[in-house]
Design a protein around this ligand. Structure first.
Ligand SMILES: Nc1ncnc2c1ncn2[C@@H]1O[C@H](COP(=O)(O)OP(=O)(O)O)[C@@H](O)[C@H]1O
Ligand SMILES: [Mg+2]
Length: 252
């Protein structure tokens, strides 16, 4: 694996089954070293760095596997790499149902994807591509959980420039769902220290948290409503109310 262990440990392939079950179903599709280059070459900065002047097509094998994978998700899929998604692409607001839809996303220039593919490209290695079941995740329902040495040191609403009435209206239920998820993460995580992103959904009249992705606990990660500089992780749940950051206790 070309990535530092702290990074590759957060990839789906390293997750214990319990974490996979608490997440979204997906199909894993290996990307060959040639397809790594073909994908990365959609981003001009990558081509400049590698002095690549030719266009490469993705292999037919890869495209066939994507087509077969899509059949497993009739309501559509969300494409991503093991490292990150194509989220900066505006086309990501809707599910990919056909190979064309997937290509429209993954063939766009994307700096994050190009940097993510730098490591495998340098080492002439492959990577992993995923089709994840498409699930509508309302923006209010996404949260970031910070766990250090298996202690939850903070939770924050994920989109920090917005104020969500839903959080204020359902604060107790949201806190309960997050507390349950934190207990689960504490017990089942293969990593002592990690940043977990979750979304909430209604299951049998009750809110439940599901894992979106794990991120390495590094200062380059977005601290959301916390601050790496101030190191103000207080074990609480931070959200925005009346345009101010509010901290709700996590233990009742
Ligand atoms: N399976 C999915 N279906 C629909 N939207 C998704 C899905 N997974 C993630 N998203 C949305 O896309 C965003 C980015 O996805 P994520 O897996 O966290 O990748 P990244 O590493 O790029 O942040 C998430 O914050 C969420 O809003
Ligand atoms: Mg994310």
């Amino acid at each position: 694996m070309a990535y530092p262990k702290a990074v590759s440990d957060t990839f789906f392939a390293s997750w214990p089954d319990a974490l996979k079950q608490a997440s979204v179903p997906h199909e894993e599709i290996p990307i060959s070293p040639d397809d790594v280059l073909a994908l990365a070459a959609n981003t001009p900065e990558f081509c400049e760095k590698f002095a690549m002047f030719n266009h490469f097509d993705l292999s037919q094998d890869f495209l066939d596997e994507v087509t077969a994978g899509l059949e497993k998700f009739p309501s559509g899929a969300f494409p991503r790499l093991d490292y990150c998604s194509w989220k900066e692409s505006c086309l990501l607001n809707s599910p990919a149902r056909t190979l064309r839809d997937v290509e429209a996303i993954i063939l766009q220039p994307n700096q994050r994807i190009a940097s993510a593919l730098m490591e495998p490209a340098i080492h002439n290695q492959g990577a992993n591509f995923y089709l994840r079941e498409w699930i509508d995740m309302p923006r209010w329902s996404e949260f970031r959980i910070f766990m250090r040495d298996r202690k939850i040191i903070g939770i924050s609403q994920y989109y920090t420039t917005e104020q969500f009435p839903q959080i204020q209206q359902s604060l107790d239920d949201i806190r309960q769902a997050l507390i349950e998820f934190c207990l689960f993460l504490y017990k089942e995580s293969h990593l002592e220290t990690v940043i977990a992103d979750v979304f909430l959904s209604n299951q049998n009249e009750k809110l439940q948290a599901h894992l979106i992705e794990l991120n390495p606990f590094l200062k380059r990660a977005d601290p959301c409503l916390y601050s790496w500089e101030k190191s103000d992780f207080d074990g609480k749940f931070r959200f925005i109310k009346n345009e101010r950051v509010v901290a709700a206790p996590m233990a009742s």
